[in-house]
Design a protein around this ligand. Structure first.
Ligand SMILES: [Zn+2]
Length: 480
C-alpha cells in the first residue's frame, strides 16, 4: 500500500512540474502576410511566368542536355546582370554561376534549386506551360512551386544586389541541377566540380523545408520549416523461389504465401527502432508555445516526461511526424506467375525504405534481410543511399538562417524538422557540412499538394520576400 501511494505521489509530483512549466510558457502566435506590393509582385510574376513557359521535364532515359541549355538562355535573358558579371559554369545541362566575393579565402556559400520539373499530366485549369497569372495573384505552371520560384528568387536577389553595386564578403554560387526529379547525376557533377577545385562550402541553401501553414494538428499559424537532415533512400527487391508446379495439387509455403507472411510480419511488428532525434526534440520544443490546447502544449513542452507516450501516439497523430522517428518501409510492386493456374517458380515484392541516421542504410538493410531469410526469401539491394549529415542546431549557419527568417518574416514561427523526401543537397555532404533545407516561399496547403500533381501554383505575392530572404542570406555573410 505504501509503495502504491509513493508511486502515485511521484506521478502527481511529476505532472505538477509539467503543469507549472506549461503555465510559465508564454503563448505565441505565428503569422505570415503575403506582400501588398502588387507592382513588385507582378513584375516578378511575369519573369517567373517566362521561366515556366519553357518546359524542362527530366526523363530518366533521355538527358536532353540541349533543352536545358535552352533554359539557361531564358535565365540569361531574365537576369542579364548576373550573366554579365558572374562566371558561368555549365556541366551537361547543369548550371552554376560564381560570384566572386571580397575575401575568397573564406569558404563560399551556395544557393541551389533544380531547374528540371516532373512531367505534367491530367487536365489543368490553365495549361501547365502557360505561366498564367490569375486575378487573385496565383501563377500556374509546372515548376512554379517545385522549384523554379526558388531559382527565380536567388537569381533575382543577385541581379538586384549587383545593380546596387554590391559585392559579397565571400564567394557566392548559384547552382541548379537538371536531374533532381529523376535522382540523376546532375548534382553529383556539380559536387565533383567543387572537389576538383578543392573548394569546401561554408553553407548551402536548398529546398526541403518551406513556409508552411498549420504544420501539425493543433498547431496554428505559418512556420518556417527548416530541414535539419534528410532521410536515406533504399529500393529493395525480395524474391521467393520454388520448383513451381500445378495449382491443382498445391504444396505448402509457395512463394506468394511466404512473401505475404513476410509483408504481414513487417507491417504488424515494426522492426525498426523508434526514437526522438535532436531535430524532432527541437521541433516540438519550438512549436509548443503555439499549441491551441493546454494538453498539447504540456506534452510538447515536457518531452522529458511525455516522450514515451508520444512515441506510441505519434503514428496515430500524424504519418509525417511518425516518419521522422524511424526508418520506414513500404511495399510497392509485386509479381507472381503469369497464369491463374501456375505456381510461380519465383515471386517477388519490392519495397521502398527511408533510413533514419540512428539506424542507417546498413543496419536497416541487414535487419530486413534477416527477417526475409526466415521466410526463405532473398533480398537484393537495388538502389540505396544513406541519410544525410545533420545540420548543427547550435552552429553559425543555422543561427544565420534563423536571423534571416526573423528579419524577413518577423511573425512566422521557426520549426526544425526532418526531410522525409529527397533533395539534391544530400550529394553536397562531401563538400559542405551545413546544408540548410529551407525555401523562403510560402504556400497554402492546396498549393503544397499541387506540386508533382495537377494545377501546380503559388502566389506571386510570396516572391518579394523570397527575393529579400536570399539578399539577406548573402548580406549576413558580412558577419563572418
Ligand atoms: Zn524539388
Amino acid at each position: 500500500m505504501k509503495i502504491i501511494l509513493f508511486i502515485l505521489g511521484v506521478i502527481v509530483g511529476l505532472l505538477l512540474v509539467a503543469v507549472i512549466r506549461t503555465l510559465l510558457l508564454k503563448p505565441k502566435k505565428a503569422d505570415y502576410k503575403f506582400s501588398d506590393d502588387i507592382q513588385r509582385s507582378m513584375s516578378y510574376g511575369e519573369k517567373l511566368s517566362r521561366m515556366l513557359q519553357y518546359e524542362t521535364e527530366s526523363h530518366r532515359d533521355n538527358p536532353e542536355v540541349e533543352k536545358f541549355r535552352g533554359f539557361h538562355k531564358v535565365l540569361e535573358q531574365e537576369f542579364p546582370t548576373v550573366f554579365s558579371c558572374l562566371e558561368k559554369i555549365e556541366i551537361d545541362g547543369n548550371i552554376m554561376m560564381k560570384w566572386k566575393g571580397l575575401d575568397s579565402s573564406l569558404d563560399p556559400i551556395i544557393m541551389i534549386s533544380h531547374i528540371d520539373v516532373v512531367p505534367a499530366e491530367g487536365e489543368w485549369l490553365y495549361p501547365p506551360y502557360s505561366g498564367h497569372i490569375t486575378d487573385d495573384y496565383r501563377i500556374y505552371g509546372r515548376g512554379s512551386g517545385d522549384i523554379k520560384s526558388g531559382v527565380f528568387s536567388f537569381y533575382q536577389a543577385a541581379e538586384e544586389l549587383l545593380k546596387d553595386g554590391y559585392t559579397p564578403k565571400c564567394d557566392v554560387y548559384l547552382g541548379s541541377s537538371c536531374t533532381e526529379e529523376i535522382g540523376g547525376d546532375g548534382a553529383p557533377k556539380l559536387v565533383n566540380w567543387f572537389k576538383e577545385h578543392g573548394i569546401h562550402l561554408f553553407m548551402l541553401s536548398d529546398e526541403g523545408g518551406a513556409l508552411v501553414k498549420d504544420p501539425v494538428a493543433g498547431i496554428k499559424g505559418t512556420f518556417a520549416a527548416i530541414g535539419i537532415f534528410e532521410k536515406g533512400y533504399g529500393d529493395l527487391k525480395f524474391s521467393a523461389k520454388s520448383t513451381g508446379g500445378h495449382s491443382s495439387t498445391p504444396p505448402k509455403n509457395t512463394p506468394i504465401v511466404r512473401l505475404a507472411e513476410f509483408e504481414n510480419y513487417v507491417e504488424k511488428h515494426n522492426p525498426f527502432k523508434v526514437k526522438f532525434t535532436k531535430a524532432v526534440d527541437a521541433m516540438f520544443e519550438n512549436i509548443a508555445p503555439y499549441a491551441d490546447s493546454f494538453l498539447l502544449k504540456m506534452v510538447m513542452h515536457n518531452l522529458w516526461l511525455f516522450k514515451p507516450i508520444l512515441l506510441k501516439l505519434m503514428p496515430m497523430i500524424s504519418r509525417e511526424a511518425a516518419a521522422m522517428l524511424q526508418t520506414t518501409i513500404c511495399f510497392t510492386m509485386q509479381s507472381g506467375s503469369n497464369g491463374y493456374n501456375v505456381i510461380p517458380q519465383e515471386a517477388w515484392v519490392t519495397a521502398n525504405l527511408r533510413y533514419i541516421p540512428f539506424q542507417g542504410l546498413e543496419e536497416s538493410n541487414a535487419l530486413i534481410k534477416q527477417i526475409a531469410a526466415r521466410y526463405d526469401i532473398e533480398t537484393e539491394e537495388v538502389l540505396c543511399t544513406p541519410p544525410s549529415k545533420a545540420l548543427d542546431l547550435n552552429g553559425v549557419p543555422f543561427k544565420m538562417t534563423e536571423e534571416c527568417i526573423k528579419k524577413i518574416f518577423p511573425e512566422v514561427g521557426i520549426m526544425p524538422y526532418v526531410v522525409t523526401g529527397g533533395t539534391d543537397s544530400r550529394f553536397f555532404d562531401e563538400v559542405c557540412d551545413n546544408c540548410v533545407r529551407f525555401s523562403p516561399i510560402c504556400t497554402e496547403p492546396d498549393q503544397m499538394n499541387s506540386m508533382h500533381a495537377k494545377n501546380e501554383n503559388i502566389f506571386i505575392t510570396a516572391l518579394p520576400m523570397a527575393v529579400d530572404y536570399y539578399k539577406e542570406l548573402i548580406r549576413i555573410q558580412e558577419q563572418r
